[in-house]
Design a protein around this ligand. Sequence first.
Ligand SMILES: CC(C)(COP(=O)(O)OP(=O)(O)OC[C@H]1O[C@@H](n2cnc3c(N)ncnc32)[C@H](O)[C@@H]1OP(=O)(O)O)[C@@H](O)C(=O)NCCC(=O)NCCS
Length: 333
Amino acid sequence: MSESSSVVEVCVAGTGSYVPERILTNGELAKMVDTSDEWIVTRTGIRERRIAADDEFTSHMSTKAALRALEQAGMTAGEIELIVVATITPDTPTPATACHVQHQLGASNAVAFDISAACSGFLYAMKICKRLISDGAFNNALIIGAEKLSTVTNWEDRSTCVLFGDGAGAAVLRKAGPGEGSIVATEMGTDGNLTHLLEIPGGGSACPITAQNAGQHLHTLNMQGKEVFKIAVNRMKEAAEKVIERAGWRAEDIACVIPHQANLRIIDAIADRLAVPNERVFVNLDKYGNTSAAAVAIALDEANRTGAFKRGDHIVLVVFGAGLTWAAAAIRW
Ligand SMILES: CC(C)(COP(=O)(O)OP(=O)(O)OC[C@H]1O[C@@H](n2cnc3c(N)ncnc32)[C@H](O)[C@@H]1OP(=O)(O)O)[C@@H](O)C(=O)NCCC(=O)NCCS
């Protein structure tokens, strides 16, 4: 789905992120399932991931990331008009995690809701909120990608448990003033024919968890990794190319590509196909693994805070996830 250029420019005014304290290393995982640090690092690039405490929910991580984004934007929670949380691990099926975040922040003037687009959720939220701001419905929005994937991980399945982690990332979007940055182009897509490749089969209305099926790991992530891998590379490349073209940029104009953090081999393949040198591609999956909707949001915040790009630079975000879903954004910072 593409867009025409909008009259009102929307900028990213601040970013923030939060990861839980507890680090789970590949070495520890090798004591839980039949795997090794060498296999995990070679096949995925992941060295460790964060695991939230039992009493630390998706909303709590969201709120911590949001406070940092608000601080950087120089805004108070009371000024926020819209809160959108992208997550597949909400605190509760209902109400939305965004409602819990609104409460925890004291953002009493905000409308709040969640969206479910798996790893693509943060950029889905960015596009939706950019439009709602540029159309004049809201002056600003707090978008959050947050997950407690440790609660939907099958810790007995070595093919998936080595991949995932917990965390949250946030960004404040608002109408841009003169000379400020702009979300120049966005792109998103879905292929619902491929829902079966990456799913949590149980826990919803199709397959409620019952006393009879409780031990079957139906509430955990199930993935056909090889198939997902190939499609992810192609779809992310195409989505990134579309926003780069629509922004009128060339590969050499891009200061930083921030891809979904799922697998280093996927990231390398995309960088190669986009002809962007590896040093301009931001990677932090070695520290956090795949945190689904949170991954690109945490990466954006870390890239921002570590000076991977500066005001006026051209950056490209690109993601892929269950659905199957994908999305990209071209941002002039
Ligand atoms: C999951 C993934 C890392 C697996 O890597 P792969 O190279 O495709 O590995 P395969 O699934 O083909 O498995 C290769 C072998 O390693 C084994 N293996 C799987 N997980 C393992 C682990 N953690 N440790 C050791 N061996 C493992 C498999 O059993 C298989 O063994 P076999 O050849 O004897 O059958 C990779 O497919 C991937 O990253 N896919 C995309 C995931 C993704 O991006 N998801 C994000 C969307 S959000």
